[in-house]
Write a protein that binds this ligand. Structure first.
Ligand code: QAP
Ligand code: CO
Length: 178
């Protein structure tokens, strides 16, 4: 298994749209398992392929406490949605920030599994919000797109600053030029 690099907001690559998947082969299975490992390692509950710079319609989700109930969603599509709720969301691509977003409490959606078999599923609460959040990623959309521009810009600035500080080791701290 390989850990994948997660893109961080405001990286424009997060605006890529995922294309539909047609090849249900070993490469897809490997990619899905690498994404799952990457998500578990980062303590996430959901990760979309676009977040690891793969513009395809693939999502991994595991909202279980035990971290052993993975869901692999290929080409997911929401068919019905109802009952608006407000949910405090975070995102592995927006580390350290959480904001309230309006979502649907109940959804009915279809997806294909890693063998290409189509399934229909109902979801409620956290799982429903997670599926909506991850499908947004496949359309190049982030939860921060739903908050005010002022908050969004502040978040972008803080993430950029944090990442500058984490460049290891910083050139200017190296006492000589290699
Ligand atoms: C999307 O998000 C989600 O800031 C998945 O420092 C979130 O897995 C759906 C995470 C909330 C529904 C509700 C975020 C981990 C993980 C961070 C995640 C962080 C470490 C976010
Ligand atoms: Co996210």
């Amino acid at each position: 298994m390989t850990l994948l690099n997660i893109l961080h907001y405001p990286d424009n690559k997060l605006r890529q749209k995922g294309v539909n998947i047609h090849a249900f082969d070993e490469k897809l299975e490997r990619t899905a398992n690498d994404m799952l490992e990457t998500m578990y390692q980062s303590k996430g509950i959901g990760l979309a392929a676009v977040q690891v710079n793969l513009p395809i319609r693939l999502i991994v989700i595991d909202i279980s406490e035990s971290r052993n109930e993975p869901l692999f969603l290929v080409n997911p599509s929401i068919k019905e949605k109802k009952d608006l709720i407000t949910f405090e969301e975070g995102c592995l691509s927006v580390p350290g920030f959480y904001e309230k977003v309006e979502r649907y409490n109940l959804i009915n959606f279809t997806y294909q599994d890693l063998d290409g078999v189509t399934h229909t599923m109902n979801a409620e609460g956290l799982l429903s919000v997670c599926v909506q959040h991850e499908i947004d990623h496949l359309d190049g959309k982030l939860f921060v797109d739903y908050i005010s521009q002022m908050k969004r810009d502040r978040i972008a600035k803080k993430i950029k600053k944090a990442e500058l500080n984490n460049t290891t080791p910083s050139r200017k701290n190296v006492p000589y030029n290699i």
